[in-house]
Design a protein around this ligand. Sequence first.
Ligand SMILES: Cc1ncc(COP(=O)(O)O)c(C=O)c1O
Length: 378
Amino acid sequence: MSRPIQAHINLSALENNLQVARRAAPSARIMAVIKANGYGHGMLRVAGALAAADGFALLDIQDALQLREAGFRQSILLLEGFFDAEELALVAEYDLACVIHSAWQVDLLDAYPKRKKLDIWLKINSGMNRLGFAPDKVAQVMETLRRHVAVRDITLMTHFANADEARGVAGPLALFNEVAAPYRMARSLANSAALLRYPATHGDWVRPGVMLYGASPFAQGVEGQPSARQLGLKPAMTLGSRIIAVQELQTGDEVGYGALFRAEQRMRIGIVACGYADGYPRQSGRVEPEAPGTHRPTPCGCAPGGTPLLVDGQRTQTLGRVSMDMLYADLSNLPQAGVGSAVTLWGDGMPIEDVARAAGTISYELMCGLATRVPVVV
Ligand SMILES: Cc1ncc(COP(=O)(O)O)c(C=O)c1O
């Protein structure tokens, strides 16, 4: 028997989630975001399951070439565009679309041999201040690009900082619309949260990422925020393992590095074959009161409660500090559980958002952080 940890990738969940996106934005084309190795799910297998998407967005030109060589004919968008003049030749040869977000990229266009024209997505900074031209620079860049012999089509795009937050998109959306108003060009604004929440952002292309993998883009545990299930999304990744040892604790016994958990009564704990070297967040884990009412903060400064997980299909929690290869599961209320019991760290029946929240992170980071040593079963 090999180490029991596995990540199960459910391709039909990806297909289902694409349909949820289609139904929510029926008039827009879908640019499925598959960067970061398909949010940790495996880029090529994700692209295969999402073959009905109208396009794929990613970062690395090598990934784009791999998609083309695997036979994908859809539009492929490089979200950070090209990085040097050599890449431009490949962009043209493989018929890739690329974001232009900075003046240095416009300058590089002049060095391009112009054998084939390029499709450009001109990025406008609508307030996030990450990538994109300031609104007052757009007219001038547009002038250059429209006259440029290397440019075929221009799509206008922006990205929202707060589509998933209470602040929403009203300000950036109004700004984008004002800047884009003079141009009869395709538009793309919406990530998953905007797609689901703000139809006014749909434009010509939506760019869903996290929802395709089955996680809600909205903060969980906040009143009125829908869960993935309520949105009709199904988890595409289930991280599972097994209990490989059981310890019987006496009152006062401590658990794990730093002794962050101390038993207040006799209890059983299960040792699960999953640790931070598998991609499980080390910040998670229950910080037990030293004395009633006081919590020892973890070194990262956060003091999460027990992170939820399933043992034999029943919800329980982690205890103590996660180590490189193992973590501790509370078996207090699971007398039947023991060595060999199945554990679900996240995925089917155990929303990844709940795990992320307990660990002070987001589902995106957990998905993308799945370690390469974890065997994947499709
Ligand atoms: C430019 C851009 N568009 C779309 C997305 C997809 O966002 P989400 O995964 O929240 O749907 C991302 C992801 O970060 C992005 O950077």
